[in-house]
Write a protein that binds this ligand. Structure first.
Ligand code: MRU
Length: 352
């Protein structure tokens, strides 16, 4: 089953409610773009490509909700929906990328009726979702070339089927290596504060029968220094033109430890996650979430009442810590400014 999909019978979007895993597997339904935006903010759906797919279908819901009788009125409604969806989470560039792709469809002057635009938006959202699955598999097998039989892989956050429409990015590499029959073991960072590693990555690896150990985030350095990690794979929510990588908070710590200990560090990044308009990673907006995620775990307080806390959801790993970037195009190596641009532009030309 896909993480995000359109139900053609009910004309609703459906998504796995990731807040409930691993305790319950529930499918939530969405009829409006406003509830879709809230689901992105509340992390019913999370992971950059999955958020992008949800936003693509969210634009279809906006068109279906609209009472507009002509294309200009519909475009005004879609622009309003685009603004609300884009504001749902700031770091993952796939969100704005999917919304922009939908606005481009809606402004195609060859479509003149409101219904034609609605239909074209659904076709595009479905295409975007299908492309995600195909390119994830391709990227997974590109990255699996880096994995040797017997490797132990360190992984941060959740980058699997749940973070995408299906298959995954960094976990997709691990699934591909497993499918190739390589004997691998994964060290799974639990990923405080939302525990995407322990709740979601451990669930996906268990479902697929892949060998792993869950570790506390602060154990990663110990395993690297003692020679127990061969390679690190992580995802990215936005990668700047120079190869600086924004990803789940704690990724930077992992990257610095990897370099210090001579462990190769590979972000696995679809070209839709590369933002060529940003020269470097300090220009990437970093989401800061509510402090309840830090001072409590599942509603139970773990700190004194009334204290202050900080909760950045992402960090930026400067490109000097990045060995290479696995994309659906190829494994991109430095100089990233030149080589990332070539990969992105080549893949973009294919979807035009
Ligand atoms: O806050 P989240 O759970 O949406 O963060 C997810 C990540 O950081 C992933 O590594 C990233 O989206 C890329 S993987 C598909």
């Amino acid at each position: 089953m896909r993480t995000v999909f359109w139900d053609y019978d009910s004309a609703k979007m459906k998504m796995i409610d990731q807040r409930q895993l691993p305790w319950a597997f529930e499918i939530a339904e969405f009829e409006t773009y406003e509830t879709t935006a809230k689901a992105i903010t509340d992390m019913v759906v999370r992971g950059a490509p999955a958020i992008g797919a949800a936003a693509g279908f969210g634009m279809v819901l906006a068109a279906n909700q609209s009472q507009a009788k002509d294309r200009l009125a519909l475009l005004r409604d879609l622009e309003k929906a685009a603004e609300i969806l884009n504001a749902a989470r700031p770091t993952a560039v796939n969100l704005a990328w999917a919304v922009t792709r939908q606005l481009r469809v809606a402004t195609n002057e060859e479509l003149d009726s409101v219904d034609e635009i609605r239909q074209a938006l659904l076709v595009e959202a479905q295409k975007l979702a299908d492309e995600d699955v195909a390119l994830n598999r391709k990227m997974g097998f590109n990255g699996a070339e880096l994995v040797s039989d017997g490797d132990t892989i360190l992984h941060h956050c959740n980058t699997g089927a749940l973070a995408t429409v299906d298959w995954g990015t960094a976990l997709g590499v691990i699934f591909a290596a497993h499918e190739q029959g390589k004997n691998i073991h994964v060290l799974v960072d639990e990923t405080r504060p939302r525990l995407q590693g322990s709740r979601l990555t451990a669930w996906e690896l268990k479902e697929r029968g892949i060998s792993f150990d869950l570790i506390a985030d602060n154990a990663a350095g110990h395993f690297m220094r003692t020679g127990q990690v061969d390679i690190v794979f992580v995802g990215s929510d936005r990668t700047a033109a120079n190869g600086d990588v924004a990803n789940k908070i704690g990724t930077y710590n992992v990257a610095v430890l990897a370099k210090e200990n001579g462990v190769p560090f590979y972000p696995v990044v679809p070209t839709s996650t590369v933002d060529l308009s940003l020269e470097h990673g300090d220009l990437i907006p970093i989401e800061e979430r509510g402090i309840e995620e830090v001072v409590s775990v599942f509603g139970k307080s773990i700190a004194p009442e009334g204290i202050s806390a900080r909760n950045p959801a992402f960090d930026v790993t400067p490109h000097r810590y990045v060995t290479g970037i696995v994309t659906e195009h190829s494994i991109v190596y430095p100089p990233f400014v030149k080589n990332l641009k070539t990969a992105v532009l080549t893949e973009q030309a294919k979807t035009k």
